[in-house]
Design a protein around this ligand. Structure first.
Ligand code: FMN
Length: 173
């Protein structure tokens, strides 16, 4: 189904359909991350490929999270998150944090080994790299919240092949 966007100009932007967009996006390979948060709002995490570097001055990245996600209000209240980039052997963790095993919120952390850096957001010991972030801005765009984080700490984990999502499947790179 095609969608209409409120445009900056006088005419509404008529987009391509969602299915065509998803079919096109599956041709892009993307690193797989588990984004975690912990604090007064509770502890949770979710699998995400919509993670992007924004700037190195100061170091900033963004994560796109569907507003229907249970983790959204928790992350908003905690004001911190950690982007854990998964290695090739972390497919099972990706499935848990994508909700594919029917496990939710804090129970998801029964899989993997976890510790904390500066913000208290859970850091996955097995992740190839972890970006510990404080939320600096949240913007609602279409169905998602775009969450901007200032990177306050980094942990380089064991080096090795990365986990990539491409053509609707996990791949080792
Ligand atoms: C490979 C992969 C990538 C995903 N990327 C995103 C993403 O970037 N943003 C998002 O909101 N959901 C993404 N999801 C879906 C969420 O991981 C899933 O809906 C999760 O269960 C959300 O957490 P919740 O159960 O706490 O709502 C992805 C799922 C998979 C399998």
């Amino acid at each position: 189904m095609a969608g209409a966007f409120e445009a900056i100009g006088p005419e509404p932007v008529v987009t391509v359909g969602a299915a065509a967009f998803r079919d096109a996006m599956c041709r892009l390979g993307a690193a797989v991350h588990v984004v975690t948060t912990a604090g007064p709002g509770g502890k949770t995490g979710f699998t995400a490929t919509a993670v992007c570097s924004v700037s190195d001055a100061p170091p900033t990245l963004l994560v796109c999270l569907n507003r229907r996600s249970q983790g959204g209000p928790i992350l908003r209240e905690n004001k911190v998150f950690c982007v854990n980039t998964l290695g090739a052997d972390c497919e099972a963790i990706a499935d848990v944090f994508a909700g594919r095993t029917g496990v939710f919120n804090a129970q998801r952390f029964a899989t993997g080994s976890w510790f904390a850096l500066k913000t208290g957001a859970p850091v996955l010991a097995e992740s190839v790299v972890a970006f510990d972030c404080r939320v600096v801005e949240i913007r609602a765009v279409a169905s998602h919240n775009v969450i901007f984080g200032a990177v306050v700490d980094i942990r380089l984990g064991p080096a090795g092949p990365a986990l990539v999502y491409h053509d609707r499947a996990y791949k080792r790179v």
